[in-house]
Design a protein around this ligand. Structure first.
Ligand SMILES: Cc1cc2nc3c(=O)[nH]c(=O)nc-3n(C[C@H](O)[C@H](O)[C@H](O)COP(=O)(O)OP(=O)(O)OC[C@H]3O[C@@H](n4cnc5c(N)ncnc54)[C@H](O)[C@@H]3O)c2cc1C
Length: 366
């Protein structure tokens, strides 16, 4: 483990005495796989973000990047096309009626069967509800290591996966290796990695695999699908613009100024962790290490100090604008634009200015 700001150089000497020889039967494991999360016809974007990470690992290892697509018969073609365009060289496709909706048992059986047959050295999944559930059972079944919620993935000089994640309450980063087992498994949260470029017309090799999944052998049954009534509300990880407030907003009433600016900009709103603890905002609006990771084009942070636990959740933003009365606040170390001012005064002024400017732009467009 090491200081928060920087993960150890992959292949550092700290583990020199811990590495054992990989057992002979695991030496054949090759290639990097991303398990594509497909639910009700829609791919979770984290799967494509992982293709970006997977591509880098595969290029370093000089192996193929493969997408694993599981779904109902006839329901995967569009996913396979997209997987190639997002960088896959190979697609392993398993279609079966029992895979129409996610259930742990058939998905685990199929994923482990694929791994045992085709032997990937690295298997990546999104740290979503589905990915976390599946990764745990697949790793347990395969008796291999899994590093959850990684913030960085790399390969060391010996070709081992160096999976970095926060530890000790986020005050340290640790880099974890799975040296003696295969595949090396890791999950990564949405928006930690960037989306890859969509390369229209790119194709690759499709490997279809037949499985036997008698419905009678599966304990869990899907009786009905009830969509989450809150889905589509807070969508911080994928918002283009996010406005957030911190303790510098001073009270819940002042926090409303954050929401006003967000409404004018068509943005999502959120905040630092203490605001959740104070009950000013709900927990699904918390941004940071134990909240949401965001990657907007514009992030406006008002009255937020920029503690490391907040920083790790926002530093993927294209443009960070910080408003803080303290010119020495840590947020100015990583913000692109800083405004040293009272947020309770600046926010209404920004809201009014944007309201007028956007009204002019919209009426000109009509
Ligand atoms: C295990 C763990 C996990 C955590 N996870 C998270 C997480 O996910 N997200 C998160 O945010 N935090 C998290 N934290 C908490 C984190 O360490 C900080 O305590 C927190 O981010 C601070 O919130 P803040 O910036 O709103 O408040 P403060 O640190 O108190 O900062 C308030 C800032 O507002 C400024 N200010 C004051 N008045 C004004 C004004 N009128 N106008 C403008 N600026 C003003 C001050 O100068 C100050 O910089 C975590 C902590 C731990 C231990």
């Amino acid at each position: 483990m090491n200081d928060k700001a920087k993960a150890p150089a992959a292949g550092g000497s700290s583990r020199a005495n811990t590495k054992k020889e990989l057992p002979e039967h695991l030496k054949a494991y090759k290639h990097v796989w991303v398990l594509v999360e497909l639910e009700r016809g829609v791919v979770h974007p984290v799967s494509w973000e992982l293709m970006n990470e997977g591509r880098k690992l595969a290029d370093k290892l000089k192996v193929d990047l493969a997408a694993v697509v599981l779904g109902a018969p006839g329901g995967t073609d569009h996913v396979v096309t997209d997987a190639f365009c997002y960088g896959a060289d190979v697609c392993y496709v398993v279609e079966h009626p029992a895979l129409a909706d996610y259930r742990n048992e058939p998905y685990t059986n199929v994923a482990t069967e694929l791994v045992n047959k085709f032997q990937p050295e690295i298997l990546l999944l999104g740290a979503t509800n589905l990915g976390r559930d599946l990764a745990g059972s697949v790793a347990t079944t395969l008796l291999t290591g899994l590093t959850a919620d990684c913030t960085e993935l790399d390969v060391d000089a010996e070709g081992s996966l160096a999976a970095t994640r926060p530890t000790f309450g986020g005050s340290l980063l640790c880099t974890i290796f799975t040296l003696n087992y295969r595949p090396q498994m890791a999950t990564m949260r949405p928006r930690v990695a960037a989306m890859p470029v969509y390369q229209q017309g790119r194709t690759g090799r499709i490997i279809r695999h037949e499985v036997s999944l008698p419905e009678d052998d599966i304990i869990t049954k899907i009786l009905a699908f009830l969509p989450d009534s809150t889905s589509g509300k807070a969508n911080l990880p994928y918002a283009d613009i996010v406005v957030a407030g911190g303790l510098g907003m001073q009270n819940g009433d002042n926090y409303q100024l954050v929401k006003h600016l967000a409404a004018v900009l068509g943005a999502e709103w959120g905040g630092s962790r203490p605001l959740v603890q104070k009950g000013w905002i709900p927990s699904d609006r918390q941004i940071g290490q134990t909240g949401k990771t965001i990657r907007p084009r514009l992030y406006i942070a008002a009255g937020i100090s920029g503690a490391i636990q907040h920083r790790v959740g926002v530093e993927g933003a294209d443009l960070i604008v910080a408003i803080n009365t303290d010119k020495n606040a840590p947020i100015f170390d990583f913000a692109h634009l800083g405004i040293v001012a009272d947020a309770t005064k600046i926010l209404p002024a920004l809201t009014e200015t944007f309201r007028k400017r956007l009204a002019v732009t919209r009426s000109a467009a009509e």
